[in-house]
Design a protein around this ligand. Structure first.
Ligand SMILES: NC(=O)c1ccc[n+]([C@@H]2O[C@H](COP(=O)([O-])OP(=O)(O)OC[C@H]3O[C@@H](n4cnc5c(N)ncnc54)[C@H](OP(=O)(O)O)[C@@H]3O)[C@@H](O)[C@H]2O)c1
Length: 267
């Protein structure tokens, strides 16, 4: 299997770590039509995500399940051992997509990526993804991996549109999975995005997501609970016009929300 057709929208789950709330959110999302769920060792909710998938009246094989190896677990042996532990927590035989969460801490290109290849060869994941890489680190990883990189996950929203990494994704044929597509809530009060929302009589969150759907290769994964789960799914019906997209492209407000000192782009 070399290609992964990611659905246009995924469900983020970071900070959704109350077991029942997380399981019920995943179940509700899948029953509404979501077919891609994003978790990570770091989120402490893999067991709840797995439970939500089992509770949903949707076949397992219809859902893209993605998890990520914690940066502290990226040494060769630890990556292999903890990926198996993730599957046990999820209650799954394999995940569709296994990411390197951050190229930091125990990340060692040769050892980590050999572990990812071997996990894929052993059938524990169908595909390999990377997250929070720079173009140089992507080049290096692609040169080492036998597996194709099917997804690169980074922060991406109208106030941080990642032009270079989106172009890189299009050039190399992988999806750019956009995390924090609502800027973790910080994009929701932005004056330009609010004005565009008023024009379309919709919410600023819907504008952020519609912007993402309009970009080639970009797959947003908003985290949501309660009514926001449906609202974000329904945002797939909103179409921004050329004027809206141009105003966002030319906007001079640029804001990265997730920016740890250890990030590769700060080194
Ligand atoms: N790879 C990485 O390093 C990385 C880093 C960050 C995030 N991620 C992934 O990306 C996912 C999304 O990013 P994120 O959680 O940082 O931020 P986000 O999705 O941009 O924002 C989530 C926040 O927006 C709220 N929200 C959701 N839908 C809304 C709506 N329609 N109207 C108003 N508010 C709404 C949520 O509240 P409610 O819960 O109340 O709905 C939550 O407070 C994460 O959950 C995780 O899966 C990955």
């Amino acid at each position: 299997m070399t290609e992964l057709d990611l659905p246009a929208l995924g469900l983020g789950t970071s900070a959704n770590d109350d077991f029942e709330e997380c399981a019920e959110t995943v179940k509700a999302a899948l029953e509404l039509g979501y077919r891609h769920v994003d978790t990570a060792q770091m989120y402490d909710n893999e067991a709840a995500v797995g439970e939500g998938i089992r509770r949903a009246d949707v076949a397992r094989e219809d859902v893209v399940v993605a998890t990520k190896v914690h940066p502290d677990n990226l040494a060769y042996d630890d990556a292999k051992r903890t990926a198996r532990e993730s599957l046990e927590r999820l209650g799954l035989d394999s995940v569709d997509l296994l990411y390197v969460h951050w190229p930091t801490s125990a990340y060692d290109p040769e050892g980590t990526l050999r572990a990812m290849d071997e996990l894929r060869e052993a059938g524990l994941c169908d595909h390999v993804g990377l997250s929070n890489f720079t173009p140089d680190l992507l080049d290096e990883a692609r040169g080492i991996l036998d597996s194709p990189v099917v997804a690169h996950q980074v922060e991406c929203h109208p106030l941080f549109p990642q032009e270079e990494l989106r172009a890189y994704a299009v050039e190399h044929g992988h999806s750019l999975v956009g995390y924090s597509p609502l800027g973790r809530g910080e994009a929701l009060d932005d004056p330009l995005l609010t004005e565009i929302a008023e024009k379309h009589e919709t919410s600023t969150a819907a504008v952020c997501l519609a912007w993402a759907f309009a970009q080639e290769a970009l797959v947003p994964i908003p985290k949501a609970t309660g009514d926001h789960v449906r609202a974000n799914f329904d945002a797939q019906e909103l179409e921004l016009d050329e004027e809206d997209l141009e105003r966002i492209a030319e906007y001079d407000v640029r804001e990265r929300v997730i920016d740890p000192d250890s990030a590769a782009w700060n080194r």
